[in-house]
Design a protein around this ligand. Structure first.
Ligand code: HEC
Length: 149
């Protein structure tokens, strides 16, 4: 009797995990914030080199640029801004992310395009400066509209 009961519970549990295979909202929120933090750290390192505060090092620059490029679209693809991720953990994402998803995606796609162009530009400080300015506009543009103060 007891075993049967456990088996039913186990099956019910399997069904639930299949239906909720997506990451939990709090994990999605943590993921998007972490990705933003890493992007900010790497773009900060690149900015310091572009400004001359830190000596330009081609290998380090290309690595930071590649991190940003690789990470850029992953949170969007992973559903980290998907339905149901507007709450579940402290977040500064504006409700407009979910009320105007197409416009948000357009802002995100601009960022991804600028991010993917970064590694090829990062080998030279002159081209890096131009690419970083393009990238920075996409960060600021999205934050102005979709990140709350
Ligand atoms: C398409 C929109 C969009 C783009 C592009 C974007 N961000 Fe964000 N960013 C957000 C949103 C929304 C949040 C708030 C996320 C949350 O709190 O859930 C955020 C949060 C952050 C945070 C705070 C993370 C934390 O720990 O709470 C940092 C830092 C950040 N972004 C840096 C950047 C940098 C640097 C770039 C460009 C390289 C960038 N963002 C591009 C939308 C964007």
């Amino acid at each position: 009797m007891k075993f049967q009961h456990l088996a039913v519970l186990a099956l019910a549990g399997l069904g639930a995990s299949a239906a909720f295979a997506q990451a939990k909202p709090e994990d999605q929120i943590k993921y998007r914030q972490s990705a933003m933090t890493v992007n900010a750290r790497s773009s900060g390192a690149l900015n310091a080199m572009a400004k001359g505060d830190v000596a330009f090092n081609k290998d380090v620059a290309v690595r930071h640029a590649s991190v940003i490029a690789d990470l850029s679209d992953l949170p969007l693809q992973a559903g980290a801004f998907g339905p149901g991720t507007d709450k579940g953990a402290p977040t500064k994402a504006d409700p407009k992310v979910w009320s105007e998803p197409e416009k948000f995606k357009a802002a995100y796609d601009k960022f991804t395009a600028a991010a993917k162009a970064l590694p090829a530009a990062a080998g030279d400080v002159g081209t890096l400066k131009v690419a970083l300015a393009d990238l920075g506009k996409t960060c600021k543009g999205c934050h102005d509209d979709y990140r709350m103060k």
